[in-house]
Write a protein that binds this ligand. Structure first.
Ligand code: UD1
Ligand code: MG
Length: 441
């Protein structure tokens, strides 16, 4: 495609009242700017230049996109001028200009504005909005746009116009370069307005082609934290809808918190108060929540996770987790496992069918097939200096309230009595009890 994009993001965003640059504030687990970049890429635009300031620049570069620094923020027209000066001229290209603080703009809208208008014409997205509004007003002549007036420069009658400039434009590059060089800053804000370019186009007989957006919410920018919260809710709603249309039941989208790039299988049901994040994948026919937090996790089919936290871990098909379990630190439950109330599992592997149903800490351990860990079992993995591993064989029965002082190996089919403190390895089939645990007669 003969299109390239300039994404404006150098503004200070003072209304966020934040030490962090505005476009780096997060919604649905991604910085605001991520959504603007994703929409541009979704519209098929590969060449993107982001206009940044000194403080923002390293963060944007880290997102693998080209940047140019606008050291002084002299206005949107100046920002485009700085970007164009850094780009190899391609007079035949179409240049899409948009803002970094509009996370709700869809790829379809960007593709549509690029496609609108004939060669040599400029097209722009407009939206009807309730008044009063701080958006620039769109002055039309028939079905063309001849001018955009900023509110602070507008007359009373211009302020009454309810069609707004969304701040998304597709320019023919050659004429854009010409127009930019003619901008002046003689206006209420003493800034170089990109919007003045629209009047220059009209004066040379090429009044702009408007693309009226059906949903003005899509082009609302984020300027303060209340708008950030509103944009988050709208994005979350969109994400929930995508998964629902793909076969996932979400009981209450308003209290289900999703991110982009999740995978959730059909006929999975998500109950309220659940957060799913960090590229997690969840299989089919699962029951997740209420009140689950799933982050960087990989969950198989037919899994239940209730009122529990699963972070950086894998839960195999047919397993049940919770209520009130915490599975973390690269734990792997191979499948058909049961992890119940008040159990914490860290960096451990449960082979098929292994269970720990109540009140345990299992850290740095391997639990063999079909073994059962009794209530209150602790792997004492830390001796004050280093972490040690516990290896438990197949079909082992660990009695309630057993402490296993690692490093320890417990053989297949072994058994510990309630309250055992295991300080020595146990042979396959061995039976021990007591503190310290000794072989049973
Ligand atoms: C701009 C438009 C207005 C439109 C509105 C839509 C102009 C003059 N006005 O107004 O018609 O309705 O967007 O949201 O363009 N930026 C820079 N460098 C600068 C100034 C701004 O990179 O020197 C960036 C900002 O970070 C922001 C974008 O450009 O992402 C828009 O700037 P902003 O100051 O918010 O413009 P508005 O006053 O909202
Ligand atoms: Mg703005």
């Amino acid at each position: 495609m003969n299109a390239r994009a300039i994404l404006l993001a150098a503004g200070k965003g003072t209304r966020m009242k934040s030490a962090r640059p505005k476009v780096l504030h997060e919604l649905c687990g991604r910085p605001m700017l991520w959504f603007a970049l994703a929409a541009l890429r979704g519209a098929g635009i590969e060449e993107i230049v982001v206009v940044t300031n000194e403080e923002l620049d390293p963060h944007v570069r880290a997102m693998n996109v080209r940047t140019v620094i606008q050291s002084e923020q002299l206005g949107t027209g100046h920002a485009v001028q700085v970007a164009l000066a850094a780009m190899e001229p391609r007079p035949e290209a179409r240049v899409l200009v948009t803002n970094g603080d509009m996370p709700l703009v869809r790829a379809e809208t960007l593709a549509a504005v690029l496609a609108a208008g004939n060669e040599g014409e400029v097209s722009l997205v407009t939206a009807r909005m309730p008044l009063p509004s701080n958006f620039g007003r769109v002055v039309r002549s028939g079905n063309r746009v001849t001018r955009i007036v900023e509110v602070r420069d507008a007359s009373e009658s211009e302020r009454a116009i309810d069609e707004m400039n969304a701040g998304i434009y597709a320019f023919p590059e050659g004429r854009l370069r010409e127009a930019i060089s003619r901008l002046r800053n003689e206006n209420a804000q003493g800034e170089y307005y990109l919007t003045d370019a629209i009047a220059f186009f009209a004066e040379s007989g090429r009044a702009a082609v408007p693309l009226l957006s059906e949903d003005f919410e899509e082009v609302l920018g984020v300027n303060d934290r209340s708008e950030l919260a509103r944009a988050r809710a709208a994005l979350n709603d969109r994400l929930c809808r995508q998964h629902m249309l793909a076969g996932v039941t979400i009981i209450d989208p308003r209290t289900t918190y999703l991110e982009p790039e999740l995978s959730i299988g059909a006929d999975t049901v998500i109950y309220p108060g659940t957060t799913i994040s960090m590229l997690s994948s969840i299989g089919a026919r699962c029951t997740i929540g209420p009140h689950a937090r799933i982050s960087a996790a990989c969950i198989g089919d037919d899994v239940t996770v209730r009122e529990s936290v699963v972070v950086e871990s894998e839960i195999g098909s047919g397993s049940t987790v919770g209520p009130f379990a915490h599975v973390r630190g690269h734990a792997v439950l191979v499948g058909e496992n049961r992890v119940g109330n008040f159990v914490e599992i860290k960096n451990s592997r449960y082979e098929r069918g292994a269970k720990s149903a109540h009140l345990s800490y299992i850290g740095d351990a391997e639990i063999g097939e079909e073994s059962n860990i009794g209530a209150g079992t602790i792997t004492c993995n830390y001796d004050g200096k280093a972490k040690h591993r516990t290896t438990i064989g197949k079909r082992v029965s660990i009695g309630s309230n057993t402490s296993i002082v690692a490093p320890r190996t417990i053989g297949d089919g072994a058994l510990t009595g309630a309250g055992s403190v295991v300080t020595k390895d146990i042979e396959p089939g061995g039976r021990v009890a007591g503190n310290p645990a000794r072989p049973l007669p």
